[in-house]
Write a protein that binds this ligand. Structure first.
Ligand code: SF4
Length: 373
């Protein structure tokens, strides 16, 4: 019997439609937005997905886009989620429309329980240039204050790029007063669906060491002053002082605030591609460890993650001798192709190779986001 039991998150993401009122420089769908070819879903299509995910056991939903608040049916979708039985209904938003306090109250009356804001700097000019919308910083600040006044818990996403990584400490200082439930520092990952954005010089980061140092310095000061700060998509060796903050593909797989990987692919890419990725996952030698397999979706998630990691990431000789390698995704493939390996260096951990993806988050304070049965 495994020492630890953990399962796939019970949260999933609904991309309600990809239309958006911003033009973020790092957006996965930027080219489609510019061409006007983004896909949108009908209310009925979205309700079918909401029902299906609930039938599979999901009880928390992140309604995303594009930008969900530009949909007229958002209050209806939120109400439908609550009627269907979801415990947690969250929106992921750029905070432009929600600067209207009356609209925020409408969302709360519909049943909204959380809001996750995408804010990328404490400097209005930097935030506005990253979103492509003048005045968007002022609006997102107003939005966060609106939700905070309503008592709706707020989380924060910040994409770390070449233009803002030097100011992470000041950014954290600026958001501290809102007491966000979680801050996600998302190191811009230009692979996967955002490959086109690699050409975008200003946001593309080129130095893992500089980003790692900047984040480490900010965490030294701020990590213990926040309820939770996560760092997404950075290998452990670039954040040696704070390995518990890291979420690679293997950690987030289990995280209550993250998305079920299987449903994510099914809803975004369709069943054929999801089943193909699952089949490929069987033949990717999984290097991650002790899954309890109490539920079938744990197996699906593991196979999908296997495929995703083998396809999009690379490890080198240092990684092969690194004790964190079974739970580290390594370096993004496209980065290696463009710049080579970034001088990653093996970790030595007492006890040798780590096979538990939750090894660094055993402290009880992580129970909230990594619940264990
Ligand atoms: S496996 Fe490789 S990239 Fe990951 S922490 Fe170890 S040396 Fe760094």
């Amino acid at each position: 019997m495994p020492l630890l039991r953990y399962e796939v998150t019970d949260r999933f993401v609904l991309h309600a439609g990809y239309a958006c009122n911003a033009r973020c420089a790092f957006c996965y769908y930027l080219e489609d937005l510019r061409r006007g070819t983004v896909k949108n879903s009908t209310t009925a299509q979205n309700k079918r997905k909401i029902r299906f995910a609930h039938a599979l056991g999901k009880r928390a939903i992140d309604i995303s886009g594009g930008e969900p608040t530009i949909r007229k049916d958002l209050p209806e979708l939120i109400s439908f989620c609550r009627q269907t039985g979801y415990r947690t209904v969250n929106i992921i938003t750029n905070g432009i429309v929600t600067s209207d306090a009356a609209y925020c109250a409408t969302l709360q009356q519909s049943g909204l329980t959380e809001a996750l804001f995408s804010i990328h700097s404490h400097d209005a000019a930097v935030h506005d240039s990253l979103t492509g919308v003048p005045g968007s910083y002022r609006k997102i600040i107003q939005s966060i204050e609106n939700f905070t006044a309503l008592g709706i818990p707020v989380r924060i996403n910040t994409v770390i790029t070449n233009t803002n990584y030097g100011d992470i400490g000041r950014f954290l200082a600026s958001v501290h007063a809102w007491r966000p439930a979680t801050v996600n520092l998302i190191v811009f990952n230009p692979s996967e669906t955002a490959v086109h954005v690699q050409k975008n010089g200003p946001v593309r980061f080129s130095d893992y060491h500089a980003i790692g140092e900047a984040i480490s310095g900010a965490l030294d000061v701020w990590k213990d002053r926040f309820s939770m700060i996560n760092v997404r998509f950075l290998p452990f060796c670039f954040l040696r002082r704070h390995p518990d903050a890291i979420r690679t593909q293997w950690q987030k797989f289990h995280e209550a605030q993250e998305w079920d990987p299987f449903l994510n692919v099914v809803f975004q890419k369709g069943w054929v591609k999801a089943l193909a990725a699952l089949a490929a996952g069987i033949f990717c030698p999984g290097n991650t460890p002790t899954f309890s397999f109490r539920r079938f979706d744990t197996l699906l998630g593991k196979l999908l993650s296997n495929f995703r990691i083998k396809y999009y990431y690379r490890q080198n000789q240092e990684c092969r001798h690194c004790d964190a390698s079974p739970i580290c995704t390594g370096i993004q493939k496209d980065y290696v192709e463009k710049f080579g390996f970034p001088g990653n260096a093996r970790l030595h951990i007492e006890g040798g190779k780590v096979t538990d993806p939750l090894f660094f988050v055993k402290d009880p304070k992580y129970q909230r986001i990594f619940p264990r049965g």
